[in-house]
Design a protein around this ligand. Structure first.
Ligand SMILES: Nc1ncnc2c1ncn2[C@@H]1O[C@H](COP(=O)(O)OP(=O)(O)OP(=O)(O)O)[C@@H](O)[C@H]1O
Ligand SMILES: [Mg+2]
Length: 250
């Protein structure tokens, strides 16, 4: 049997903003049905990488394919769910109106899917509340719902659970796992190491380049550290108190 076609393929992907190289030649293949964690210090290029995969930023060099189609391409819009790091919901619209806006954008009209998605993020009782009157964590939940409502095959989630309480965070991850089991590919940028531990594979970036890739156990073994928190500091070039180690640049 042939291996499944990759869901995401990046080769030599690069993005510069003036003199700043945010993504510096990333080669990466992601397989369907798996959850990948994208880790790295602030400013290491995670958001820029995700935005290129989502078709929102044009690569300076190199290319990327999502579901076999080179990005950016409008045909991918309905097949990618992108949750931006900064919220992209409409403050004046209610929770349900936001969802129905995003669902319609992707050609989904049925009310059932909107109700199900609102229940999933436990906002069923807030369906008519304007987004600007929701709490910060609730807005984050609504933003995730807008990402999921069209049932995309590839999910690009940029720190999806920031501000989400631990109970709901656990439910989100259970849902991510169900989506992956059903064949979705999930790339999730996170600074939360217990979330990283739930990923099938981790990709650690620094200064726009992939430093290490592997399972949590492999990454910890490479760093020679017992936990991922310490492995993160190791690969970020920091000591146990988060201070730069001598001779490393960030
Ligand atoms: N639109 C932009 N214009 C100029 N520079 C940018 C732009 N977007 C990102 N950068 C720069 O690119 C680099 C990578 O930023 P990016 O947002 O991709 O990092 P990140 O890994 O997502 O960080 P964080 O963990 O803080 O979210 C940073 O130096 C940032 O200042
Ligand atoms: Mg970011």
């Amino acid at each position: 049997m042939n291996p499944p076609a990759p869901a995401v393929e990046a080769s030599g992907l690069r993005k510069s903003f003036g003199t700043v190289t945010a993504v510096d030649g990333i080669d990466l293949v992601l397989e369907p049905g798996r959850i990948y964690g994208l880790l790295g210090p602030n400013g290491s290029g995670k958001t820029t990488f995700i935005r290129m995969l989502a078709g929102l930023a044009r690569p300076t060099a190199g290319k990327a394919r999502v579901l076999g189609v080179e990005v950016p391409d409008r045909s991918l819009l309905g097949r990618i769910g992108y949750m931006p790091q900064a919220e992209a919901i409409y403050p004046e619209l209610s929770a349900a109106e936001n969802l129905s806006f995003f669902a319609r954008l992707e050609g989904r009209m049925d009310r059932g899917v909107i109700d199900r998605t609102l229940e999933l993020v436990e906002l069923g009782d807030r369906r008519n509340t304007p987004a600007m009157h929701l709490s910060g964590g609730m807005r984050r939940r609504l933003s995730l719902a807008c990402t999921l409502v069209h049932e995309p095959a590839v999910l690009l989630l940029d720190e999806p659970t920031v501000g989400v309480d631990p109970a709901l965070r656990a439910q989100f991850w259970a849902h991510f796992r169900r989506l992956a089991a059903a064949g979705a590919t999930i790339l999730v940028a996170s600074h939360v190491m217990d979330e990283a531990d739930r990923c099938d594979e981790l990709v650690f970036v620094r200064s726009g380049r992939i430093l290490v890739r592997g399972t949590s156990a492999e990454v910890r073994a490479r760093a020679g550290t017992p936990d991922l928190e310490a492995a993160f500091l190791h690969f970020a070039g920091l000591d146990a108190e988060g201070r730069p180690l001598a001779g490393t640049d960030r």
